[in-house]
Design a protein around this ligand. Sequence first.
Ligand SMILES: [Zn+2]
Length: 479
Amino acid sequence: MKYEVVIGLEVHAQLLTESKLFCGCSTKFGSEPNTQVCQVCLGMPGVLPVLNKKAVEFAIKMALAVNCRVNNKSVFARKNYFYPDLPKGYQISQYNEPLAELGYLDIDTNGGKRIGITRIHMEEDAGKLLHGERPEDVNYSFVDLNRTGVPLIEIVSEPDMRSSDEAQAYLKALRDIVVYLEICSGNMEEGSFRCDANVSIRPVGAEKLGTKAELKNMNSFKYVKEAIEYEIERQIDLVESGGKVLQETRLFDASKGVTASMRSKEEAHDYRYFPEPDLLPLLVEDALVEKLRGELPELPQQKRDRFIKEYGIPPYDAGVLTSSKELAHYYEAVVRATNEPKVSSNWVMGELLRLLKEDSRDVKDCPVKPDSIASLIQMVKGGEISGKMAKEVFEEMYKTGKGPKEVVQSKGMAQISNEDELSKIIDNVISGNPENLARYKAGRVQLFGFFVGETMKATKGQANPQVINKLLKEKLDGK
Ligand SMILES: [Zn+2]
């Protein structure tokens, strides 16, 4: 590789407040267009914005979670532009005095890496333009202002990422955090968590950053990766063939897997930022910051590290199990009841997640309670059922919501561990296969497995394998 890739991300997260950033309108998603609006978010003359305190608290929590310094004073500013979906003609954002700065986030790729976070600032969202969504509207565009004024935080990273994988890992880690903090739904399809990527290339060893293109419209982790990869190749081809990368905004077209130029990128001074005269500077006291710090939950990385240390499970397991707070909670409930961290992890990550995925169901709505999985694990451990039967029992538990004992009873699935009972069955198997018995005695010891298999067949898989092994050894080898 002659070129080094340089990526910085700007992530917008919609805060889960009930009302908008500067008015009391609802932020509910999916309502009829233009039903959640008022004079303030419609930009009528003579109205004044009032800052939403909850939104400030949520933004501070995020700042603390990614190790930012929270500024005691920050200033809202007007970003002027022609916004067809923001009737005021400017967006209230923060500019040179943002809420928080100088943070970082550690990601796991290639043995771990620290990605710098330049700043986190608060701003209001714009509305939504709808372009001919219905066939009869094909020649029209519409505007829905329900989203206008909804609170956002923008999290701006340093240009520290060097591959699409790192960008994806950083974005996932950020999303895990906002979801753990319960300040954002993290839903990329609904646009509640969005990402723009600044991508440039430079010759390996060069200090100076190359000209960057800004990529927009990537509403899934997969698209983020695809768009960045396409863009890296496009820039390299361009430079190799003697061309120059232009500073511009490019849209990702997911159906074609390409990025296309949308507009030449504005410089910050084009927006004519100036302090918002309708809002006082935002003063945040240290006491509030410390109070919010005390309210932070255990974050995904902390939880993952604790799972590895406390339960001795592999990092991979810990990563999967902490991918949501609910799943981590579920797993811990199973471990508490079984005291078997790895076996519990296998069940939760394997069978449980498989069935939930098939059903597109969330662990919150799981029909099997942690106690039930725990009893199932205990039944396997106690030899009541085999591991193989347990999987069948589990599927039935999942389908019916019944407990494992009930399923085993109703299906007559209990494992046969009774030696007298199994002894008789094995005697029948042996006497029914005199030729294989003779070959076994003559030294074909691999036929042991044949006898195990036949006994299993005779018991419809319900025989306890350890007991079969023991009895067969006694009977075939005289041990
Ligand atoms: Zn409003």
